[in-house]
Design a protein around this ligand. Structure first.
Ligand code: HPA
Ligand code: ZN
Length: 333
């Protein structure tokens, strides 16, 4: 029998800061939406789909992730996916969620901005009341596409009054450096948006440096490769730059060999401002609570460390000072 400590990870209030809503599409929902939309999937059944969840690197995952989005056609599809994530996240202790969406991945399939944004946003608007989870929507841009494409989509989002609070940068990292997106981040800053970017997942520590220096980001998504650069670590510690770490994702995409080799304990020991997040939970073997549980089981993460990670996630969020104070009080109780 498993014993429940006072700091059961399931009940620790956390902010989830690194989550792709399209990565919450569970196999069962993929089949249900395919049926509803009359889409023929290239897999006979759930087992055959699940056999594909064996990834060798980021790109091998992205190929399946983009392919499975084909089932998302209507506002209702986006709403159902979002509701399913929030319901599951609530049981994981998530009390605030900053949710990335990839508008370009839907536009390129002929799904309008209105459909994807309104579908997700309509559910986020009810989230605090329905699930006790405050939210922010982050428009993430695909770094393997051009900056012109990203700028065009950002302008369209601003013009339609999309309820986005921040921008991010995701997809294939290596070969698509931060320097490609300076004008995009300048425009987002001018529009009053908060700024984050994936860096140092598969790409080098220099992409973390350039995200800070060239893009002016406030937060780094992943960032585990920062450990290759001692000067960078010192700077990140000094400036309390948040790193949204995703342990199960790193194992499944082979950024680290096994969870036992994960650098999270070293990052904590170095004094880095790290949090634990699920990234694409339907693809990587679990939600935030599963990440915490496996870190505890494999790395012996202590209650003290868990509480620190939870506090870091709240401090590092883009929530209002009032909401942060509320969540910190809940954590301390
Ligand atoms: N890395 C980069 N791009 C992504 C990811 C990720 O883990 N998930 C969805 N898009
Ligand atoms: Zn990610």
């Amino acid at each position: 029998m498993q014993t429940t400590s006072d700091l059961n990870p399931r009940s620790l209030p956390v902010a989830e800061l690194h989550l792709h809503i399209e990565g919450t599409l569970e196999p069962e929902l993929i089949f249900a939406l395919a049926e509803r939309n009359g889409i023929e999937l290239p897999y006979r059944d759930l087992d055959e789909l699940r056999e594909r969840y064996e990834f060798t690197d980021l790109q091998s995952f992205l190929d399946l992730y983009y392919a499975n989005m084909a089932v998302l056609r209507t506002e209702e599809d986006f709403a159902d996916m979002t509701r399913a994530y929030l319901a599951r996240a609530a049981t994981a202790g998530v009390r605030h969620a900053e949710i990335m969406m990839d508008p370009q991945a839907h536009l390129s399939r002929g799904v309008s901005l209105e459909t994807c944004v309104n579908g997700v946003a309509s559910v986020l608007a009810q989230s605090e009341e329905e699930f006790g989870i405050s939210t922010m929507l982050i428009a993430a841009f695909l770094r393997d596409l051009s900056e012109e494409s990203a700028l065009e989509v950002l302008e369209a989002l601003l013009a339609m009054g999309a309820p986005i609070g921040a921008i991010g940068l995701d997809s294939a990292e290596v070969g698509n450096p931060p320097s490609k997106f300076v004008r995009l981040y300048d425009r987002a800053r001018e529009a009053g948006l908060r700024l984050t970017a994936h860096a140092g997942e598969e790409g080098p520590a220099s992409y973390v440096v350039d995200s800070l220096d060239l893009l002016g980001v406030e937060r780094i998504d992943h960032g585990i490769r920062c450990l290759d650069d001692a000067d960078l670590v010192e700077r990140l510690v000094e400036d309390r730059i948040p790193l949204t770490v995703c342990p199960l994702s790193n194992v499944r995409l082979r950024a680290v060999d096994t969870l036992a080799d994960h650098p999270l304990p070293a990052m904590l020991a170095a004094g880095l401002n790290v949090s634990v997040n699920s990234d694409d939970p339907a693809y990587f073997g679990g939600y935030v609570d599963d990440n915490f549980a496996q870190l505890e089981a494999v790395l012996g993460l202590s209650d003290f460390d868990k509480a620190r990670l939870a506090a870091n996630s709240i401090h590092s969020s883009f929530a209002s000072d009032e909401r942060k104070a509320e969540l910190l009080a809940e954590l301390n109780a």
